[in-house]
Design a protein around this ligand. Sequence first.
Ligand code: 13P
Length: 261
Amino acid sequence: MSETTEQKPRKKLVAGNWKMNGSFDSNEALILGFLAEVDDQVDVSVFCPFPYLTQVAKLLEDQGVAYGAQDVSAKASGAYTGEVSVSMLNEFGVTQVLVGHSERRQYHAESSVAVAEKAVVAMAGGITPIVCVGETLAERQAGLVEAVIASQLDPVIERCSKFVGNGAWNLVIAYEPVWAIGTGVTASPEQAQEVHAMIRARLNAMLGSEVAQSTRILYGGSVKPGNASEIFAKVDIDGGLIGGAALSSDEFSGIIRAARG
Ligand code: 13P
């Protein structure tokens, strides 16, 4: 480990969550359509449905774009119908995985502890978990943003803290207010920055400043080429987790450009 305490600036990450969208033809057109925009100034990754991992891996070979799955099991193997393990993702060359997306929490009743267990097994398997957190509109209106984020994040930080110091800590956090997902209503840059700063302060309090300063925190929720620049300009916003706009190579390219600054 380096002796210096100087922090490197965090490289922006633009991650595309395709959700349950795609086909062999549209995946290929999408990837070939944004690859020209990729360079080493911005990290780019895509999260496709499981069946397309082989195709996406092939299209992205040596292209400097990471790819991953949208979920992973906390179990290693066995009688868990429908689940996919970390070791299986490893076999497909997956380096990042989404964990705890609000759609998983909402439609599949994933608790914050279950999400934390997934994050731990991913990290243990050398795959970077992108852990999604975010409040509903009702929770925001009730003044519960900080409490909700803490309740989602703390189990992850507590369980993953064992990886700090042994070089395996590789968490990415995505703040995705539920009310901004797929609605066209984005959090204002100030609203997003406020929550990102709170998340970083929590990392700082629980794991120290080196971890807090090096951990990337993405914003997600109706990010488009037209609003990405002002969101990404905020000091604690290290890129975006993109849904709808990640399905258009033009829009995804525009967001990568915005992240380049
Ligand atoms: P939208 O960009 O479509 O709002 O989706 C955000 C999201 O859920 C990414 O994971």
